[in-house]
Design a protein around this ligand. Structure first.
Ligand SMILES: Nc1ncnc2c1ncn2[C@@H]1O[C@H](COP(=O)(O)OP(=O)(O)OP(=O)(O)O)[C@@H](O)[C@H]1O
Length: 240
């Protein structure tokens, strides 16, 4: 049986002036699939995410997304003059029309990311990890079919990042949105994704499918790690 697709990108090209960043790119993301996208700095990962989020119309080819989309970025991008729960409702398409309904939706999303106790706090009182969880709640509140994560854990310390991996995996398993995670961290990709893709020269140049059980252990993926690093043009010194 053919699998259903949430994302279907065909022959996508994006130029900035004379520079071609994406060049005839094809990409499918299945419904409920967790895909990680790796690529060197400047390879066009964020550009692709912006196109999928419908934030960039200057393209040729096609980029079809079926359903609602939410994005969480490396910086949480919170509004400091709005309380935590009011930041969450920014993720709804139209907030402020029904206070008690909005509040209930925000509380549910905050509960999902274990921030229910902070609903009435101000963003400046949150730690980096908490702010990132708030950003996730804002992305989740609209129950997206596609969740785009642009280096969402990149600015966090290692321990907080591990906790965030657990949280995101747990949220994904319970709600099953399709996920496209952009990351520089090969281990993060191997721990979380069903499929790991490498973007290079404007298109997807490598693809690795992971079907090992979750929660994953990096120790079980040492060989694959070396392959992915090689795809990225990096030597795995731990193995050389
Ligand atoms: N609005 C813009 N105008 C001109 N050039 C741009 C614009 N946005 C992106 N670019 C260029 O496109 C290229 C790809 O940028 P992009 O941010 O997509 O890369 P990336 O893979 O996400 O990089 P990083 O991993 O460093 O975040 C870069 O060379 C960047 O300078």
């Amino acid at each position: 049986m053919a699998r259903t697709l949430t994302v279907e990108v065909r022959d996508l090209t994006r130029r900035f002036g004379t520079r071609t960043v994406l060049s005839g790119l094809d990409l499918d993301i299945g419904t409920g699939e967790f895909v990680a996208l790796l690529g060197r700095s400047g390879s066009g990962k964020s550009t692709l995410l912006r196109i999928l989020a419908n934030l960039d119309p200057e393209t040729t080819g096609s980029a079809e997304v079926r359903g609602t989309v939410s994005v969480a970025f490396q910086q949480p991008r919170l509004l400091p003059w709005r309380s935590v729960w009011r930041n969450v409702v920014l993720g709804l398409r139209r907030d402020g029309r029904n206070h008690s309904r909005d509040r209930a939706l925000a509380e549910r999303a905050l509960d999902e990311v274990r921030l229910a106790d902070h609903a009435d706090a101000w963003p400046r009182t949150l730690s980096g990890g908490e702010a990132q969880r708030l950003s996730l709640a804002r992305a989740l509140v609209r129950e997206p079919d596609l969740l785009l994560l642009d280096e969402p854990f990149g600015a966090l310390d290692a321990l907080t990042r591990l906790a965030m991996h657990r949280l995101v995996e747990d949220l994904w398993q319970r709600h099953r949105p399709s996920v496209l995670l952009v990351t520089h961290d090969v281990d993060e990709a191997l721990l979380l994704a069903d499929r790991v893709l490498v973007l290079d020269g404007g298109r997807i140049t490598a693809e690795h499918v992971l079907d090992t059980p979750r929660p994953r252990r990096l120790a079980d993926h040492i060989d694959l790690r070396a392959h992915v690093l090689a795809d990225l043009g990096v030597t795995d010194h731990a193995r050389s």
